[in-house]
Design a protein around this ligand. Sequence first.
Ligand SMILES: [Zn+2]
Length: 280
Amino acid sequence: MFYAFGMESDALRGFIERYPRLFVLTGAGCSTDSGIPDYRDADGGWKRTQPVQFRAFMDELSTRKRYWARSLVGWRRIRRARPNDAHRALAALEQRGGVALLVTQNVDRLHQAAGSTNVVDLHGRLDLVRCMGCGRRLPREELQQELLARNPDWIDLDAREAPDGDADLDGLDFSTFEVPACAVCGGLLKPDVVFYGESVPRERVEIAMQGVQDADAMLVVGSSLMVYSGYRFAREAAAAGKPIATVNLGRTRADDLFSLKVAQSCAAALAFLLENSRVA
Ligand SMILES: [Zn+2]
């Protein structure tokens, strides 16, 4: 592997020029400059306690009370987050035809907010809620208003917040928190995101895998690839003989698969893509 210390932008610019149709995979590091904190530290380990597990959410009312109480607070940060230069750079790259497909592990919709259109939200989207009974989807903001109406005592809680809109409210009693059910069928409401312990929908994986095949090379931006759902695309690209470059500040699970690794923040490393569009 070639570590491009000191001349990162030049090396990455060369990679993007050499491979005009990229499969781009992005992770939490892409959104940290938008004020959405990363779950994992530079060594790929958990920074805090692990996020909620799918089975616990489905099986335990106490887990759902705790989740929605924390989400009531955390959603405010997600809602006001705006795209940063990393998102804008990738949108600019798409506009000039350089992106075969962008697959993101983020659930914040900031790529779309920046103007990217060819995006697969691998792990779903936090601005929607899904009924596990009837399949109906509703805006997260609509549920926010109902959560606030039923739980006025929780409005002013301040907390540290995690990337999925979850917040740290340790030591509080969640038993009195009221969790709304689906207004149509009474079913269980769940954020329309893939929880830990839950599978990514098959057709979403198939679209992404096709994107790998359609591309000349792969670019990983801000993901440690510690989660298999993202790692498998790097494995697929490597198996197909496609070069892989990455922009990431720390260690990743796929370090041995990369032909280029740029150890910079995502926004700084990709800033050169905005040079021309800024002049206008
Ligand atoms: Zn329902």
